[in-house]
Design a protein. Structure first.
Length: 386
């Protein structure tokens, strides 16, 4: 039986975190003995503690760059790997991916895997910081047995940047549980008349998700059709600025800020359309969930989105920053309900085929077994798998 350590920076309410928890929960216990290592303070901490696997919290593991705490975390991870002796280390998220792979390599972990749910280097960083993070990823790729990408675009970008060796990487798409959510009575909850047309967006209020373009899109739509309301699920540092912009533009009564909600899929299922204005992505779980609920979607065509939305077939990918065009597509969906239903059906079939979360887990299990079978020395720590 192979001991598998999953390491993630923090258990925030996000796609990478939810998929990691699902993997740890559903790995075949006849072949794998998983445990989870994470920082503390995420919204999903309590959920992880209630599960049947062991979760180890490292308080010094934080999202922001902090040289002292990062060195403390590196030491704790090294000690942990030497003590627990995992056969496989699977890291997720940028900070945990860098520190974990260094610690795992130094500790002699036989198989080290990293999943890119997105990149730590982003278009908003200064050139110096961008090059630094690209350099770190290149170095850590050399310490990795295998790299996983959740979207083809991300793998292509990594290859262009010469991150990792092409022969030791693959695409395993992040999936979701394939079930139909029961729509929440959202209109009644918000005091909106029944029959009101709703556009939903789910994501944190950070520069990546670009919430101010959401508000600009909402204004363009509402100016054309004052009966439309926008539901924004999520929170973060830009929420106050987004609320102020909605107020300034005179659309605050039509834009509803719900904060984080655990029933986000049910909220999405109650909508008529889904909108995402991210400037960069890995593979957005909220969009996959919207497609699985037969909700027609409009999104900026950044990395990850192009794996999901095909113009006129599964949704509308829009050039990033073109919020006026996004508004036009939403109004088209509203004006063409029959065609929109066909679009939504195409989206549903797409995720049913390619984004099933159980297929994701089975693909990871096969990868674990295949990679460990190739390890020439089975007793790196002085013990065998028997």
């Amino acid at each position: 039986m192979l001991k598998v350590c999953h390491l993630i920076t923090q258990l925030e309410l996000g796609g990478a975190q939810q998929n990691t928890l699902y993997t740890v929960k559903n790995l075949n216990r006849l072949n794998f003995a998983p445990f989870l290592v994470t920082g503390i303070g995420g919204m999903l901490d309590e959920e992880a503690q209630k599960k049947t696997w062991e979760t180890i919290f490292i308080p010094s593991l934080v999202r922001r760059v902090h040289p002292f705490l990062d060195m403390v975390s590196l030491w704790h991870l090294y000690r942990l790997f030497r003590e627990r002796k995992p056969h496989i280390l699977h890291t997720h998220s940028s900070k945990a991916g860098i520190l974990g792979r260094i610690a795992g390599y130094l500790a002699g972990v036989p198989v080290i895997i990293h999943t890119f749910h997105g990149f730590g280097f982003t278009p908003t960083q200064s050139p110096l910081v961008y090059r630094l993070f690209v350099g770190l990823e290149k170095c850590c790729a050399l310490l990795s047995t295998h790299l996983i990408f959740v979207a083809q675009d991300n793998q292509t970008e990594a290859q262009l940047l010469k991150i990792g060796r092409e022969r030791s990487q693959s695409v395993i798409r992040s999936g979701i549980e394939m079930h139909t959510a029961v729509p929440t009575p959202l209109r009644a909850e918000l005091g909106i008349p029944e029959g009101t047309w709703l556009v939903v967006s789910v994501g944190n209020f950070k520069p990546q998700k670009n919430p101010l373009d959401l508000i600009k899109t909402a204004q363009a739509v509402i100016n054309q059709d004052p009966q439309v309301h926008f539901i924004l699920v999520g929170d973060g540092p830009l929420r106050s600025e987004a609320e102020t912009l909605a107020e300034t533009l005179g659309i605050r009564a039509h834009v509803h800020f719900l904060g984080w909600r655990r029933d986000a899929p049910a909220i999405t299922a109650a909508a008529n359309a889904f909108l995402l204005t991210s400037l960069w992505e890995g593979l957005p779980r909220a969009l996959v969930e919207a497609m699985s609920q037969h909700i027609p979607s409009v999104a900026y065509a950044v990395n990850g989105i192009k794996d999901l939305l095909v113009e006129g077939e599964t949704g509308f990918p829009i050039e990033a920053g073109q919020w006026a065009q996004a508004a036009e597509k939403l109004l088209w969906i509203k004006a063409h309900p029959a065609e929109a239903r066909i679009l939504a059906q195409g989206a549903y079939l797409k995720v049913q085929t390619d984004f099933n979360i159980d297929q994701m887990v089975r693909a990871q299990e096969k990868l674990y077994a295949d990679l460990y079978d190739k390890v020439p020395l089975k007793e790196v720590y002085g013990f065998s798998t028997s």
